[in-house]
Write a protein that binds this ligand. Structure first.
Ligand code: SF4
Ligand code: SF4
Length: 71
């Protein structure tokens, strides 16, 4: 069971990849097929494997990610 559910404010994402680099379970990735309006690849994650640590949200410089912890 996933422990966290992520919401992305995709239009604010600059595709820097910091969230991808810092996710401790390495489940985040750049969606090479989907760009936001600014032309950056949006980020996706493996919804079943999230541990809800919120590291991605804390590291994102643009406050793109919100993590809801699932009890
Ligand atoms: S909350 Fe933690 S485990 Fe889930 S995607 Fe973000 S960094 Fe990875
Ligand atoms: S850290 Fe934030 S701005 Fe950078 S790729 Fe991840 S969601 Fe986008």
């Amino acid at each position: 069971m996933p422990k966290g559910k992520l919401t992305f404010d995709y239009e604010k994402c600059k595709g820097c990849g910091i969230c991808v680099a810092f996710c401790p379970v390495k489940i985040m990735y750049s969606d090479k097929a989907t760009l936001n309006k600014s032309g950056y690849n949006i980020i996706r994650y493996d919804e079943d494997k999230c541990i809800g640590c919120a590291t991605c949200a804390m590291m994102c410089p643009d406050s793109v990610i919100t993590v809801e912890v699932i009890k």
